[in-house]
Design a protein around this ligand. Structure first.
Ligand code: IYR
Length: 227
């Protein structure tokens, strides 16, 4: 069917899968059953993952909504061992300072049950690192700058999609936030309009991987219904 033109812009029909209420309910429940088993995993296997799988996962992330559909993100996927070592070294340097003085006592107490520390061996062990960059503005082919909108919200949404995609594929990840993380701009040679947003190791879990026993807030604690 030809595109419909409204106010000079093309529109296409939205293709919606017809489902009855039962089917909708089943889908919502089965997605919840799957997503509730997702955990941040810190113990990775070095088992390789083909590039094609990482490409699929990145495409899922990039299907997220964004302000004015500007898609203000770049996903840098790294399997190169030298680059991974450089990133680990730089991240650990910052984290050592974070854990030894830059983080408040309360912050360290809040993290104690997660067993985190400045060692980030997963940055070398995991077969892939995905660094999510946000584009604070766009630069076109002529070098002109263009605005992006709701950049952190947009990139946060894409990162959520990324994490869900990794889980649905049967892999694990961890949202690692070394701070400050401008070293990623240098090591990965990114342009001036990009800022590092998140660093995610991606892989299979180690055979003996443990995760902290934590609890999710229940529905009453996180929601309010106005009927
Ligand atoms: N960025 C540090 C510290 C850290 C902070 C929070 I908030 C966490 O939920 C987990 C860790 C690190 O990655 O170890």
């Amino acid at each position: 069917m030809a595109d419909k033109i409204i106010d000079g812009f093309p529109y296409i029909e939205y293709h919606h899968e017809e489902l009855n209420e039962n089917e909708v309910s089943q889908r919502a429940n089965s997605f919840y059953e799957s997503m509730k088993t997702r955990r941040s995993v810190r113990h990775f296997s070095s088992r390789p993952i083909p590039k094609s799988i990482i490409e699929s996962i990145i495409k899922i992330a990039a299907s997220a909504p964004s302000g004015a559909n500007k898609q203000p993100w770049t996903f840098v996927a790294i399997s190169n061992p030298e680059l991974k070592s450089k990133i680990r070294e730089a991240a650990e340097k910052e984290e050592l300072e974070n854990y030894n003085g830059r983080m408040s006592k309360e912050w360290l107490q809040d993290l104690a049950h997660l067993g985190t520390d400045w060692h980030k061996e997963f940055l070398e062990i995991a077969p892939w690192l995905i660094v999510v960059f946000k584009k604070i503005y766009d630069i076109d082919v002529n070098g002109n700058k263009h605005n992006n909108y709701y950049v952190s919200e947009s990139v946060g949404l894409a990162s959520g999609f990324l994490i869900a995609a990794i889980h649905q594929a049967g892999l694990v990840t961890l949202t690692h936030t070394p701070s400050p993380m401008n070293f990623l701009t240098q090591i990965l040679n990114r342009p001036e309009n990009e800022r590092p947003f998140l660093l995610l190791p991606v892989g299979y879990p180690a055979k003996d991987a443990l995760v902290p026993k934590i609890f999710r807030k229940n529905l009453d604690q996180i929601s309010e219904f106005k009927l």
